[in-house]
Design a protein around this ligand. Structure first.
Ligand SMILES: [Zn+2]
Length: 106
């Protein structure tokens, strides 16, 4: 997210936020709860993540996406999520073919 987008965020705005404490950088929906404006530096933004815990987070600017998601700009966290999900799919396919192989052998 660009600085001008970050500084234009307002309370109540829906966003998607990466969990930087999660090794997979999972992307979760959330809502802007607090915006602390600052002079000459980007604002501090607090987001309530949707879910059972309704956790409050103060993410880095680049860990937040505005909605609708704009895929024109690369995001290394989204790339990690995509690679992990592709890897899981490939692994599932491999397991499925192994299962077929075992059935064929039996
Ligand atoms: Zn991302």
């Amino acid at each position: 997210m660009f600085v001008f987008q970050w500084n234009s965020m307002r309370v109540g705005e829906r966003v998607m936020v990466h969990d930087d404490l999660d090794a997979g950088f999972g992307l979760a929906p959330g809502i802007v709860k607090y915006v602390e404006t600052r002079d000459h530096t980007p604002n501090d933004v607090t987001i309530r993540v949707d879910g059972e815990t309704s956790q409050l987070v103060r993410p880095r600017r680049h860990a937040v996406h505005m909605l609708p998601l704009d895929r024109r700009f690369s995001c290394w966290r989204c790339d990690v999520v995509a690679k992990a999900s592709n890897g899981a799919n490939a692994s599932n396919e491999a397991n499925a073919s192994n299962g077929d192989g075992q059935r064929a052998a039996a």
